[in-house]
Design a protein around this ligand. Structure first.
Ligand code: AMP
Length: 372
């Protein structure tokens, strides 16, 4: 029997960023209390939480304190200390477990799991050392992308290698961790499927998002993705296969490449709500954050329905002032700002969701605003 967590009880969140904040706001609607662990005071989630524990994520005493005040614990990012989370799961209720974090914080393990779920990834080789990379890189051919197995995000910890003589460009990546070299994928689109599952195995995917990246950072998500119906079905099937294989409880974002021949390759997984699912707050019958809370609290899930087409655009540090200055011109823009105190260049500060009746027209409106 799945344990049920009721309103009035406390959800503990490891990580105080925007994903934690939006999770907390969704949970508070239903009367849950929120405790958050983050190294900074008044983090985006801390600002809306009932209890703030300010300490490093792997601080033993802080984790014990979180366990003490929480009836259920979740996390908003995957680069938390696996051993700490595992210990926590022994003294507190962590329905998502620690295993998914162990897998998704290591590209090598993650790719192996995706393949054993029967879903394809781009051809790759593993290399523990730079010398091993030199020996093995020809097996994937050129161009290829060398990626650290740990800790990369938004294109950090990656290097494109066009020809063998450029291989030295990848040398410094090994200072960080073992690496993989992955064939460069000539994708026509990038899409993401956010799959959510509760302890009873009830599983739903959000409508598929089409993701446009600029400088490796997500810029826009267009929903529904402009792909053929048969591909939509294939993408959902792949995401559900992975979710079932991993015995998912909670949320898994599955990033995929679409190839010219309408085949799919999985790029990577994130075991949490995802930037490309923010649109669901306004545009779906259930948001990714509400569904996540339902899943970890042992509630039945709701089938997500898309009310209308939509475009989500990220607000990075350099976009905050132009967006706020143009609010009066765009009554149809839902502006979300995460309460971060410093608007650094390329830092994710917020997002805008635009409910659309014509995607092309909405994309034009975004372009004509000259903010991005
Ligand atoms: P990742 O951190 O692996 O999600 O990579 C960030 C972005 O780099 C992806 O969203 C793609 O746009 C691009 N990218 C990553 N891997 C590949 C690849 N094998 N081939 C082509 N582009 C890639």
């Amino acid at each position: 029997m799945t344990k049920v967590i009721y309103p009035g009880q406390t959800i503990g969140i490891i990580g105080g960023g925007q994903l934690g904040r939006m999770m907390a706001l969704a949970a508070k609607e239903a009367g849950f209390k929120i405790a958050v662990l983050d190294p900074t005071i008044d983090s985006p989630c801390g600002q809306v939480a009932d209890i703030q524990i300010v300490a490093p994520y792997n601080d033993e005493t802080a984790l014990e304190e979180l366990a003490e005040v929480s009836d259920v614990i979740t996390y908003e990012f995957e680069n938390i200390d696996y051993a700490g989370l595992k210990r926590l799961s022994e003294i507190a209720y962590v329905p998502q477990g620690a295993e998914l974090v162990r897998i998704t914080q290591n590209r090598i393990l993650e790719k192996a799991e995706i393949r054993s779920a029967g879903v394809p990834v781009a051809k790759y080789v593993e290399a523990t050392t730079y010398e091993e990379l030199e020996q093995r890189i020809d097996e994937v051919g050129f161009p290829c992308v060398v990626k650290t197995s740990r800790g990369g995000y938004d294109g950090k910890g990656q290097q494109i290698i066009q020809t063998k003589d450029q291989i030295t460009l990848a040398k410094s990546l090994f200072d960080h961790s073992a690496c993989i070299a992955e064939a460069f994928v000539p994708f026509t689109k990038e899409i993401s499927v956010i799959v959510q599952r509760n302890g009873d195995g009830q599983t739903y995917c959000l409508p598929i998002g089409e993701n446009i990246h600029v400088n490796h950072i997500l810029h826009e998500t267009i929903v529904p993705a402009r792909i053929e119906e048969s591909l939509t079905a294939k993408a959902i099937e792949a995401a559900e296969k992975i979710a079932n294989h991993l015995n998912l409880i909670g949320t898994l974002a599955v990033e995929m490449f679409v190839l010219e021949n309408n085949e799919l390759l999985i790029n990577e997984l994130a075991p949490r709500p995802h930037n490309s699912g923010h649109y669901s707050i306004e545009t779906c019958s259930i948001s990714q954050f509400h569904q996540h809370v339902r899943a970890i609290c042992g509630w039945p899930l709701r089938e997500p329905k898309l009310w209308t087409e939509t475009v989500m655009v990220n607000i990075l540090g350099q976009h905050v002032i132009p967006v706020t200055n143009s609010l009066s011109k765009h009554p149809n823009w839902s502006v979300h700002l995460y309460g971060k105190n410093e608007a650094k260049e390329n830092r994710k500060m917020g997002h805008v969701t635009i409910l659309s009746t014509d995607i092309e027209q909405t994309l034009n409106e975004i372009e004509e605003s000259k903010i991005w």
